[in-house]
Design a protein around this ligand. Structure first.
Ligand code: SAM
Length: 366
């Protein structure tokens, strides 16, 4: 890590502490943006009040000190589904930001759900966006935290929701893809929107890649990634590219075309419009060597957690189904094969596109 990068990370750390303190104080603010859409129905208000009463009962009960029972989880899921139905959130556009339903959800129920550190962090966004590398680390570790019994109960409950289980499944899939590509002869790997790249740091001891390129807009995430990787592989083989993928799309990059054997991006395409997703895919494809693999992740619209993350975490994603994923590969030249892997929960897709040809340094596939 260069001194320049280290200095910037320290400065970023101070910035983040200040932002974190601000975020910790953040709660529902009625002045925060204009309320959109029609007033919510009496039925929805009634269901919100019912769930608040249920949360209060749970908070006062010894059950809150235990892991969520199947009965309590099922009851909570059922009450939430009732709220989505009564608030029209099941429509194609989901639960709109600043809608009456979202506002009332946060006013009535925020005090219970936000006791979970993960739910609160996603809502408060201390690094300016949801899904930062520290929150992802908590999802991967799957070790509930919280200052109150109810907070730990909610943390444990949310960590077992299908969307977060899918995130853990995706990381396991990435680890097995890294191993498969290594065995095919891949020696240069690039991770776009890497976060802390924990899937890489868990495998590089057994697969000492000649080059690992990490790209992320968040210097703190890159610092965490480089620190972890540097303990397990030659740090001289790790290269960071700090900035937005939008710069990459505009072609402002020193990355060499055809230089990478395996390029992947998980947790980024969910924020990219079709136009930017297509442009970025074309750009990454240019960087991929013949015979190389491109893997791109995206949540699909069937994620049952969608309404909850919109309502409680103010977290909005762009969802893609199998045809949308395949469409990203449709205009690419020299595609040998394109397929979509879906995780066991059905919430997450990975588009896997193989480039035709053989790189001289890569063995032929068995
Ligand atoms: C949900 S995290 C995923 C991190 C990691 N890939 C993982 O799956 O654990 C999203 C990451 O994308 C990065 N990111 C978001 N928008 C970006 C952009 N426009 N350019 C570069 N990185 C971006 C964030 O900084 C964050 O580290």
């Amino acid at each position: 890590m260069s001194q320049q990068l280290a200095r910037e990370s320290i400065a970023k750390g101070a910035e983040e502490r200040a932002a974190g303190e601000h975020a910790a104080r953040r709660s529902f603010d009625p002045e925060d943006g204009e309320v959109q859409g029609p007033p919510i129905s009496m039925d929805c208000e009634r269901r919100l009040a019912q769930l608040a009463a249920w949360c209060r009962e749970l908070e006062a009960s010894p059950r809150s000190a235990l892991p969520p029972s199947p009965e309590d989880s099922a009851r909570l899921g059922e009450m939430l589904r009732g709220i989505w139905e009564a608030s029209d959130a099941l429509g194609p556009s989901g639960l709109l930001r600043n809608s009456q339903a979202q506002r009332r959800f946060q006013e009535v129920l925020g005090t219970y759900f936000w006791q979970s550190p993960i739910i609160h962090r996603c809502f408060a966004k201390p690094r300016g966006y949801a899904g930062d590398f520290l929150m992802m680390d908590d999802v991967y570790k799957n070790a509930p935290k919280g200052e109150t019994a109810l907070g730990r109960w909610m943390d444990r409950w949310v960590l077992e929701q299908p969307g977060f289980v899918a995130v853990r499944n995706r990381r396991e899939k990435l680890k097995s893809l890294l191993s498969d590509e290594w065995n095919r002869g891949a020696r240069y790997v690039m991770n776009v929107a890497s976060g802390a790249a924990s899937e890489l740091s868990e495998v590089v001891h057994a697969m000492p890649f000649d080059g690992v390129t990490l790209l992320d807009q968040d210097q703190g995430a890159l610092y965490a990634a480089v620190t972890a990787l540097g303990k397990r592989m030659n740090p001289a083989h790790v290269r960071t590219w700090s900035g937005s993928v939008f710069t990459l799309i505009r072609g402002k990059t020193t990355l060499v075309p055809g230089d990478q054997d395996f390029i992947y991006s998980i947790g980024l395409y969910d924020y990219l419009s079709p136009r930017f997703a297509t442009a970025l895919t074309a750009r990454l494809w240019l960087n991929l060597a013949p015979g190389g693999l491109l893997a791109l992740g995206n949540f699909n619209g069937h994620d049952p957690m969608r309404r909850f993350i919109e309502a409680a975490m103010d977290w909005y994603l762009i969802y893609r189904d199998v045809p949308d994923m395949l469409a990203l590969a449709s205009g690419l030249p020299n595609v040998e094969d394109a397929e979509v892997w879906t995780d066991a929960t059905g919430c997450l897709h990975l588009l896997l596109v193989r480039k035709r040809g053989d790189r001289p340094s890569m063995e032929s596939p068995p």
